[in-house]
Ligand binder design. Structure first.
Ligand code: KIV
Length: 311
């Protein structure tokens, strides 16, 4: 029988704003992280272009391509996470023409399984955002520190300080709401301004470095779990130190291999049980993909062992 799945939709955003219930969103970039974020009870997954830094090792998010986003978003969608998957439109994907922007957003929905996209920028992106919404692609706005503008901003700085800048951001938040965005991400914004914006617009605000007055919060998976050693801004709360734990586990494995402690008998096959070792290749692994027939037989034997609790 097929697994019953809730239809994925974005209603949770409007509903939570109406009920005054905070939204929690976390980034994910692959199957495993998506499964973890979903199992942790988050309301939505953001496949952020932060993947350029925490996964691909770029210095900033500017080099991230549409193909990168589609590749990672697909892996997230394969986890069938039961919460909406929102994908970032990367730098360059919505800057050339409306047609190209719509084409790129549709790729994220049709090829990669995203339910919505996020676009950085305010007033100057209204025409693109309206075109995407006309093409049935829901859009999350993004104001404040927009990392794709790092060269223009001259670095990663708090945005919206001072009367004029604050008034401009409030105005842009209203414009994005009127354009039809379903939510607005506020990054690195003084908490007083973020609270004021949150109270003034009808769509939920999701803050990162924007204080507790937002309607929800988002954090980057690798930052909050202590998996990434790069720049750690003040707004990141580290809820675990998995990087250190992983290092300890690897070094334990390395020691055990060198001392001949691993693998023990419980991790090894013998030659007597019929399914055990059936079709294993010379390295003792299930057969290589080169030999399709052998490989299928191998994996059946291997799975049979797993089912019997022997593998
Ligand atoms: O790319 C990203 O991860 C983001 C963060 C602000 C959450 O946009």
């Amino acid at each position: 029988m097929q697994r019953q799945e809730k239809p994925l939709n974005l209603r949770v955003f409007a509903k939570n704003k109406r009920l005054g219930r905070k939204l929690a969103m976390v980034t994910a970039y692959d199957l495993t992280s998506a499964m973890i974020v979903s199992a942790g009870g988050a309301d939505a997954i953001l496949v952020g272009d932060s993947l350029g830094m925490v996964i691909l090792g770029h210095e900033n998010t500017l080099p991230v391509t549409m193909d990168d986003m589609v590749h990672h978003c697909r892996a997230v969608a394969r986890a069938r996470p039961q919460i909406p998957v929102i994908a970032d439109m990367p730098y360059g994907s919505f800057h050339v023409s409306i047609e190209e922007s719509v084409h790129n957003a549709l790729r994220l929905v049709k090829e990669a399984g995203a339910v919505a996209v996020k676009i950085e920028g305010g007033r100057q992106r209204l025409d693109v955002i309206e075109a995407l919404i006309r093409a049935e692609v829901p859009v999350m706005g993004h104001l404040g520190l927009t990392p794709q503008s790092v060269n223009r901003l001259g670095g990663y700085r708090v945005q919206g300080r001072g009367g004029k800048a604050a008034a401009r951001m409030l105005d842009e938040a209203r414009l994005l709401t009127e354009a039809g965005c379903f939510a607005l991400l506020l990054e690195c914004v003084p908490f007083e301004l973020a609270s004021r914006i949150s109270e003034s617009i009808s769509i939920p605000t999701i803050g990162i470095g924007a204080g507790a007055g937002c309607d929800g919060q988002v954090l980057v998976f690798h930052d909050m779990l202590g998996l990434f050693d790069g720049l750690r801004p003040k707004f990141v709360k580290q809820y675990a130190n998995l990087g250190e734990q992983a290092c300890e586990a690897i070094s334990c494995f390395v020691d055990e291999v060198r001392q001949g402690v691993f693998p023990g008998p419980e991790h090894s096959y013998d030659s007597e049980t019929p399914t055990r070792g059936k079709g294993l290749n010379q390295a003792g692994q299930p057969g290589s993909r080169k030999d399709k027939e052998t490989s299928q037989e191998d994996s059946q034997g291997y799975l049979a062992d797993m089912e019997n609790g022997k593998a």
